[in-house]
Design a protein around this ligand. Structure first.
Ligand code: FES
Ligand code: FES
Length: 170
């Protein structure tokens, strides 16, 4: 028997818009957004910060990695209603005054791979080195565990990070 679906108006979805003030790459911003809009969409659509990529959309690949209050988050899992007063840093925020040392190290050591995984990898490295400027190999691997590359490898990236450790600099 085919059941007739009756739409209960009490259960119908009505988008709820909220006002949010946040800081993106050092600049205070005010937006109106649907309460459940994802941070990754806000960055890309409301602020044209397309360096943050969308890939798996379920928090598995790290392509959408950004810093929120200095901590690494997957922007596909953070919603607008969680953003009030928060400070967000994206890959664009790193290169505001010329290349960031992490970007330079990636360039020099072949850590730059495709445009999908690299921005997220760099944000993960930033989070790692902000917290621990002298990571050992195990800590480096652990820090990249949420950032997937499905096509090349991690040796150039690991070399780049090792070059950023103060005692390894030339
Ligand atoms: S797109 Fe967010 S973790 Fe993959
Ligand atoms: S996913 Fe970017 S190089 Fe593999």
């Amino acid at each position: 028997m085919v059941e007739k679906q009756i739409m209960n108006p009490e259960h119908s979805y009505e988008p709820q818009f909220i006002s949010i003030s946040l800081i993106v790459n050092g600049k205070e911003q005010h937006i109106q957004a649907e309460a459940t809009k994802r941070l990754v969409d806000i960055l890309r659509e409301d602020f044209a910060l397309t360096g943050t990529k969308i890939s798996c959309e379920i928090g598995r690949c790290g392509a959408c990695s950004v810093l929120m209050e200095g901590k690494l988050v997957n922007a596909c899992l953070v919603r607008a209603y969680q953003l009030e007063g928060k400070e967000i840093q994206t890959i664009e925020g790193l290169g505001q005054h010329g290349l960031h040392p992490i970007q330079e190290a990636f360039l020099k050591e072949g850590g730059f791979q495709c445009g999908y995984c690299t921005p997220g990898m760099i944000m993960a490295v930033k989070a790692l080195l902000d917290e621990n400027p002298f990571p050992n190999d195990e800590q480096i691997l652990e820090s990249l565990s949420g950032n997937l590359c499905r096509c090349t490898g991690y040796s150039g990236i690991i070399r780049s990070i090792q070059k950023l450790i103060p005692s390894n600099r030339e």
